[in-house]
Design a protein around this ligand. Sequence first.
Ligand SMILES: [Zn+2]
Length: 207
Amino acid sequence: MIHEVLPVGMLQCNCSIFGDESTREAMVIDPGDEVESILDRIRLHGFTVKAIVITHAHIDHIGGAHKLKQATGAPVYMNLNDASLQKMLDFQATMLGMPPVENVAIDLPAKDGDTLVVGATEFHVMHTPGHTQGSICLWLPSEGKLVAGDTLFHESIGRTDLPGGNTQQILKSIHTKLLTLPGDTLVLPGHGDTTTIEHEKEHNPFL
Ligand SMILES: [Zn+2]
C-alpha cells in the first residue's frame, strides 16, 4: 500500500493518504487544511478517494474535509460521539485565531470494531475516547501501522484539558486498546514524529 503523510495547516496535522497499488483506491485521514496539496498528491498517484476519515472533530483535523469531499465525492466517516464538538468549529477557529471553515456533513459513523477496506487493506476502527469523546484510531494489521490521531504521541499523550477531554479515559484507551497491539506496530500520531508501541511502553512518561 502506498502511504504518504502530509503535515497540513497552522498546527501541522499529519494528514495520511493511503492508496492501493493495483486498484488505485485511496483513503484520506484527517484532511485538516491545504486541500490543494492533498489533491495534488492524489492526482499524482492516479487515486480515486473512496473514504475520508476524521480521527476526531478538532478543526486542525476536520477543517479541510468539506472541500475534499466536494472535490472527490467521497463519503466522510467520523465517530458520532464527536458530533457536539463538530458543532463548535466556529468557536474552535476563534480560539485558535484561524479563519472559520465550512462544516462537513458526516455520511457514515465510525464505530469501534468497524472495518473499512481500501483495495486489499483492512483498516480496523478503534474507539479510543479521552482526547475527545469520539476519538478513533485506525489499525492496519497487514501494514503494521496505527494511525493514532491525537490519542498517542511520541513519548506523550493527547491533551485532555479541552472540551470533551478526560485523562482517566485516555489512559484507559491507550492501555487497553493500543498497548495490546504488536510491539513493532508503527504509530503515526496526529502531530509530530512517528513511534512504535514498544517504544511508548518503555519510554512514555505519561503511561
Ligand atoms: Zn485534537
